[in-house]
Design a protein around this ligand. Structure first.
Ligand SMILES: [Zn+2]
Length: 516
């Protein structure tokens, strides 16, 4: 038995609330069914280990009696969002105060069946306090949540021009957000968060942010759902994000340019990359990094391309010559010609490899849908342009230490599913951001990345921050200590696997196709 049932009703349409749960069930490969609560009989319930109630305003008396029997015999119910009418009457005074509107900040932009919607009615919020360092917190039995201060990702976060990701009046809530109540042999788990409507997050628009069109699936919500289910059942088998017991995947990437005509940066990054190869080898990480290299570099320095590929590193194109396709509004044919020109340069440098035909990152992350169409048409497997971290605010020094509200895994972005293009996100802030935008010292940057790694490690996430050989190693000699310090810190953890982006792409395809 490995199944959840989503309850529905003739009286109210809760599809809106269940869509994200279904995505999460698919992600974890959990079998689920749908039951119409008005037509239930006890035999329908027997084969389900957990019943999900979300977005249901009303349950009939006869259905309540049935649910009562189901729980008394060891069934489990998971409620997300408002309690349906009459719930407390049947389940022995389970009382949860509705969260007051005045305590609620406006919420993130979310996308639902009606398109964008701004939730500001105090009903549905982002979760917090759930992924602290001890995992999911919950309180048991008869506890009443009063006036919970639930920090949401606010309007300020999405709109603030000066401080991307920063929002005012943030307060970490002392109130926990999940309650478990025992009833007979069974359990009821309640969370005031109606998670279902929140599926995606959008990059905040700020004065200096790139106009990046792609939604990020918030896998943090999926992780939260898994935590809820784990609290209720020991029998579920989850399709884990990573293989062979890996807790956290680290992918080192770096972009390499030619910068003809720019004094001091001209004709050097290829050599910085080679230096980086040797540095990684010192840590036993020969071949365990992915570089996105402009076609011009491959044309001018075929030997370093050959060497890198021969040593097992992944080398892929990064436009031919520092082109920002989206900003410069390149059309399909122009982008296609540029990418083919890159492939040819790599092929001339190192015939017989195919890395450079599988993965791509656009300079400045300036790709658009056309880029994705071209890549798919040319047989590419993944694009590495999504800066998922920009959405989260967690790179901000004022971001509360314990709060993790966002996690991103790779995601297939086209209708072709796992035969289409995979988007592999940068999940943490890159060195350009740390050193040039935030002007961190090398010591500050090390602390910053260590904390970010801690979060990825705790969640079982992906740690992928673009660290350019030039910026992280050569622009300021002090930074090499940070680079080494970060690698040493990561290596001191068990269960970490270093993978190239191509390896991640191959794994994700396999993961997506198994057990379906
Ligand atoms: Zn670049």
């Amino acid at each position: 038995m490995n199944a959840a049932a989503i309850l529905k009703s003739h009286c109210s349409d809760n599809e809106h609330f269940t869509n994200m749960w279904i995505k999460a069930f698919d992600f974890w490969n959990i079998q689920y069914g749908k039951l119409v609560v008005d037509d239930l009989n006890i035999d329908d319930l027997r084969s389900f280990e957990v019943l999900l109630i979300t977005g249901m305003e009303h349950i009939s008396d006869s259905a309540y009696r049935l649910l009562d029997r189901y729980i008394l015999r060891g069934g489990k119910i998971l409620i997300s969002g408002d309690l349906p009418n009459g719930f407390s009457k049947y389940f022995n005074g389970m009382m949860v105060k509705k969260i007051q509107r005045s305590n609620v900040h406006r919420c993130i932009r979310i996308k639902n069946k009606d398109g964008f919607q701004q939730w500001d009615d105090g009903e549905i919020l982002f979760f917090t306090g759930t992924f602290n360092s001890h995992g999911l917190d919950y309180i048991t039995d008869d506890t009443v949540i009063t006036d919970a201060d639930i920090p949401a990702v606010s309007e300020e976060m999405t709109m603030s021009a000066g401080n991307p990701g920063l929002w005012r009046d943030w307060k970490e809530s002392p109130s926990l957000s999940v309650i478990i109540k025992r009833h007979g042999e069974g359990k009821i788990l309640y969370t005031p968060f109606a998670l279902g409507a929140m599926t995606e997050m959008y990059q905040p628009h700020t004065a200096d942010s790139i106009d990046y069109l792609y939604a990020k699936q918030n896998h943090g919500l999926y992780l939260f759902i898994r935590s809820l289910l784990m609290s209720l059942t020991e029998n579920y088998k989850y399709r884990e994000p990573w293989q062979d017991g890996t807790q956290c995947v680290v992918s080192i990437t770096g972009d390499v340019h030619d910068y003809t005509g720019i004094a001091g940066r001209e004709d050097r990054e290829w050599n910085d990359m080679r230096y980086n190869f040797d540095l990684l080898k010192e840590y036993g990480l020969e071949g365990k990094a992915s570089y996105y290299v402009c076609g011009e570099v491959a044309r001018k320095h075929p030997d370093v391309i050959r060497e890198g590929l021969k040593r097992g590193f992944e080398l892929c194109p990064h436009t031919f010559q520092e082109t920002q396709y989206a900003i410069e509004k390149w059309d399909y044919n122009r982008q296609r010609e540029d990418i083919i020109r890159c492939i040819n340069a790599f092929e001339n440098a190192a015939p017989g490899y195919d890395d450079y035909k599988k993965g791509f990152r656009t300079h400045g992350y300036q790709s658009n849908q056309i880029t994705r169409d071209v890549l798919l048409d040319l047989g590419y497997e993944y694009i590495a342009d999504m800066q998922a971290w920009e959405t989260t605010g967690m790179y901000n020094p004022d971001f509360p230490e314990k709060l993790i509200n966002f996690a991103a895994y790779p995601q297939f972005i086209s209708e072709e599913g796992n035969r289409g293009l995979l988007e592999i996100p940068d999940t943490y802030a890159n060195d350009h951001f740390a050193y040039r935008v935030m002007k961190m010292s090398p010591a500050q940057a090390l602390e910053f990345w260590k904390k970010q790694f801690d979060k990825a490690y705790h969640l079982g996430g992906l740690f992928q921050a673009c660290l350019h050989p030039y910026i992280s190693l050569k622009e300021d000699p002090e930074r090499e200590k940070t680079y080494r310090g970060l690698i040493e810190y990561i290596l001191s953890h068990s269960g970490v696997s270093f993978m190239t982006m191509r390896e991640i792409s191959e794994w994700w395809k396999k993961r997506d196709s198994c057990n379906k």
